[in-house]
Design a protein around this ligand. Sequence first.
Ligand SMILES: [Zn+2]
Length: 116
Amino acid sequence: MARFYLCGSCTKNFSLNDAQDGYKLGLKQGFLCPFCHTNLIESSESDDISQLKLGYTYVITLCVTMYMLLEYWDEWAFLPMVVGLISIFTIITIPFAWINRSALFGDKVVHTKRLR
Ligand SMILES: [Zn+2]
């Protein structure tokens, strides 16, 4: 699984090794795109929850499900509760992981933004 930078200026991909060290060039922060030489800093990664398809929906669904299960905690014995929790989290997580499989299990893209 490789890691790539996605230039926030020219939108080209380049490897982390190809990023030009800004410190050696007198820049205080970040690095340069090897194609357009824009001064960049990292902004987010392809597997951040904000970058995944339905990322926030997944988090909200988990929270709501957890809240609903805890509401009925007293009516459930401990073991069925744990089995129920694991089952529901698995049922929610498998389709989420499937639609995001390339971001989660493939090459990681590090998004960047212009420093100025
Ligand atoms: Zn660029």
